[in-house]
Ligand binder design. Structure first.
Ligand code: NI
Length: 185
């Protein structure tokens, strides 16, 4: 089932998300719905707060990039109770967008190496060091679990430059071809 994506201004996007218990109701169905919602919106990642749930669940699909990055062929994974333990490596700038910030794309500087722990879809625990493009996407998605969005990483000047676009989103002026939930005024 395709769920509406919560847009900038929705308070849930600013909450620190909670870990879930292994018996969280209908977890498989939730993850399937998150994949379907992400695919429908042509995203490479989606975090549960973006569908209104303040819980630590993320889905990532890098298979869509596998023409350019063959190492990600077939890469579709869910991350449960995900936490970044450490961020490091070289700082790299790359353009980012977010399904909760339609129409906004900005260059964001992030470390290219992270140490993460999470449960996979079968609730098996993982403790990994991740590098490259996946580390970038994970940081973007796991930021959502801390109530952060990529625009928080921008300079004061860049933030000033996109203020008009952000205000438009707050007013519910959203142009995208997927279902969204804007702030109720
Ligand atoms: Ni995002």
């Amino acid at each position: 089932m395709i769920l509406p994506i919560y847009v900038y201004g929705q308070p849930v996007l600013r909450k620190v998300a909670e870990d879930i218990a292994p018996d969280y109701p209908n977890l498989k169905e939730l993850i399937a719905n998150m994949f379907e919602t992400m695919d429908h919106a042509d995203g490479v990642g989606l975090a549960a707060p973006q569908i209104g749930l303040p819980i630590r669940v993320v889905v990532i699909n890098l298979d869509v990039l596998s023409e350019d990055l063959p190492e990600y062929k077939g890469f579709r994974k869910a991350y449960i109770n995900a936490h970044i333990l450490e961020t490091g490596g070289d700082e790299v700038s790359m353009d980012e967008g977010c399904l909760s910030l339609p129409g906004i794309h900005e260059s964001v500087k992030r470390g290219n190496k992270i140490h993460v722990k999470y449960l996979d879809e079968d609730l098996v625990e993982h403790d990994e060091v991740v590098e490259g493009y996946l580390a970038r996407v994970m940081q973007h998605e796991f930021d959502h679990l801390e109530g952060k969005m990529f625009i928080d990483h921008l300079s004061t000047l860049r933030k000033q430059m996109i203020k008009g676009k952000l205000n438009a989103l707050l007013k519910g002026k959203v142009h995208c071809d997927y279902k969204v939930k804007v702030v109720k005024k």
